[in-house]
Structures are given as structure tokens and as C-alpha cells.
Design a protein around this ligand. Structure first.
Ligand code: ADP
Ligand code: MG
Length: 299
């Protein structure tokens, strides 16, 4: 097995008496898009800052490309592009000047790809950074990162200030990195925002990574909420083993279904004549709830 690009083993970080990271264990493999998911305050940015050698770990192991993130930070940074969650820019420079400056810092040049990115993200690069919204500042940092030739790209909540259209542009460029065989570590507190891009995800809660794997592996932890109206009496659906929390009002029923059993349930619904169907995918909170219920059931 090839060496992982990022390897964190039982990483710990204390701020004084406060233990922000208790046990962060995860690996990002070459050519993989890894989603780092957890609610606000869980420790995503602290983990990423430790990875970047900005913070010094209190315990555990942290390597990138097989090198220690603290000792070998300079070497590592030559192969890495990073976009922080809060992007601070030089207020008196224009967006275009900052993009070129950030590229220069990384030993890169403004290229045709940079122009294409500016177009894609629809950024007015002539404006001073002080006039930019959070989303526009994020765009500046994203454009510089995407036009940097690196092996690993780290994005900390990159789409939190972007509208859905720009989120789609961001996703397109992440997919292009993946096609080019690059590795990506992407944090978010919203599961649905990143799940389509990621090969695997790691879930962090209160400084601990509680689960890692592909989303398909985690389907056993997730349930989809279904609301459906049928032309025939749907009451028989409640007999199915995959159906939970069944309620019925006339011809409308609501229930949660184990996501891996969706097909079975839809197959049973179809002959009843589906008139309306609404499905709500599992949220991060649902995953947590299911995770903790399962832990309790095992203990
Ligand atoms: N420099 C710091 N000093 C003290 N506490 C910090 C510092 N940075 C982060 N924390 C705390 O560590 C926890 C994790 O924060 P953070 O990594 O920013 O979470 P996330 O990025 O997942 O929202 C939070 O409780 C936060 O208040
Ligand atoms: Mg954060």
C-alpha cells in the first residue's frame, strides 16, 4: 500500500487546560478527496492548523508526505495549497494584486488557468480587498489555490461564504483536481455540501474522530425521511423492517427508512400509485444520533 499523503495518529492539542483535540486519527490517500466533517467547535480548524505547522501538537503523530508537519513544514509547504476558513487580505491591494502575490509566495505564476478561474468565480479583480464580502475574499484565496500546482490541497470550510452557484463552481474545480490525481482535504460542518465530492469522510466531534469511511460504509448509520401520498391505502408499508417511525394521515404517510434499504421500500410503494413523494437526506445530526444510539446498543 502506498504511503498516505496525510497521516494523523491520535493527534492531541491542548490550549492551556482546554483539550481541543483528544484523539484525531485519519489518513488521506493519494488521489483522494477526503471530507472532514463536524459541527462548529469540533476541532476541524485546529486539526488543519496543526497539519500546516501553524500550531504545535500536544501529542500523537502528524505527517504529510511521510514527513513531520512541524519539523519539515517548509519542505511540505512547497507541495501544498491551503485556503483558510477566515480569509484575511491586504485591504489596500486589489483582488487581482493579491491573487498574483499569493501565487508568487508559492513560487507560481499567473497563468491562463488563473484567468479562467477568475472568470469561473466571476470575481471583479479590480476592486480593493477592503470592499470585498467574505465570499469574495474566499474567492481570491480559492483562485490562487486552484491555480497553484500542488500535490495536496487543504480547504477549511471553503464554501461557507459562497452562494449555491459558486459552490457548484468550487465543486467542479475540486473534481478537476481529483481527475488530475491530486489529494484534497476539505472540511465542512454540512454533510450534504461535501458528500458528493468526497471519496471518504471522517467525522469529528468534540475533538475526536468518531468514524471514518466512505459514505456508503456509513449508510448503516443513516436514515432518509420520506413523505409520500399514494392512490391506494399505504398502511401495509409499516410492516417493512426498514421502515421506522411510521405515521399515516389518510393517504399520506411519513417514515424514516434505512438509507441502504431505500430501493426495497420504493419498490413496495410503486404499485400503490405514488402521487407525491418528498425525500429528505440524512443530516450530520442524524448521523450523530444514529451513531450514539448504536454505541449505546453495543455497550
Ligand atoms: N487559539 C485557541 N485558544 C483556545 N481555544 C481555542 C483556540 N483555537 C480554537 N480553540 C477552541 O478549540 C475548539 C475547536 O475549535 P476549532 O478547531 O476552530 O473548531 P471548528 O473548526 O471545528 O469549528 C473550540 O472549542 C475553540 O473554541
Ligand atoms: Mg473552523
Amino acid at each position: 500500500m502506498a504511503q498516505p499523503v496525510v497521516s494523523l495518529q491520535h493527534l492531541q492539542k491542548r490550549f492551556g487546560h482546554f483539550q481541543a483535540l483528544k484523539d484525531v486519527t485519519l489518513t488521506v490517500n493519494a488521489g483522494e478527496v477526503f471530507g472532514f466533517i463536524g459541527p462548529n467547535g469540533a476541532g476541524k480548524s485546529t486539526t488543519i492548523r496543526t497539519l500546516l505547522g501553524i500550531l504545535k501538537k500536544s501529542g500523537g503523530e502528524a505527517t504529510i508526505f511521510g514527513k513531520d508537519v512541524w519539523q519539515d513544514a517548509v519542505w511540505i509547504h512547497k507541495r501544498l495549497a491551503y485556503v483558510p476558513g477566515d480569509v484575511y487580505l491586504w485591504p489596500n491591494l486589489s483582488g487581482g494584486e493579491v491573487i498574483d502575490f499569493l501565487l508568487k509566495l508559492n513560487g507560481q505564476r499567473h497563468s491562463a488557468a488563473t484567468d479562467a478561474l477568475i472568470q469561473d468565480f466571476a470575481l471583479d479583480v479590480t476592486k480593493k480587498c477592503r470592499t470585498y464580502s467574505k465570499g469574495n475574499r474566499q474567492k481570491v484565496a480559492l483562485i490562487a489555490a486552484f491555480s497553484t500546482a500542488a500535490d495536496l490541497y487543504i480547504f477549511d470550510e471553503p464554501t461557507s461564504g459562497l452562494d449555491p452557484l459558486m459552490e457548484a463552481v468550487f465543486q467542479k474545480h475540486v473534481r478537476a483536481l481529483k481527475t488530475a490525481g491530486k489529494s484534497v482535504l476539505l472540511s465542512s460542518h454540512i454533510l450534504s455540501e461535501v458528500e458528493r465530492m468526497c471519496d471518504r469522510i471522517g467525522i469529528i466531534r468534540a475533538g475526536e474522530v468518531i468514524e471514518t469511511g466512505s459514505l456508503a460504509d456509513m449508510r448503516h448509520l443513516s436514515r432518509t425521511q420520506i413523505k409520500v401520498t399514494t392512490s391506494q391505502d399505504p398502511s401495509a408499508i409499516q410492516q417493512l423492517a426498514a421502515v421506522h417511525g411510521f405515521t399515516q394521515t389518510g393517504s399520506q404517510i411519513s417514515f424514516a427508512v434505512d438509507s441502504e434499504q431505500l430501493n426495497t421500500v420504493l419498490t413496495a410503494l410503486t404499485p400503490l400509485g405514488i402521487q407525491q413523494l418528498q425525500s429528505t437526506p440524512p443530516t450530520l445530526e442524524d448521523l450523530f444520533l444514529r451513531y450514539y444510539h448504536q454505541q449505546e446498543a453495543q455497550s
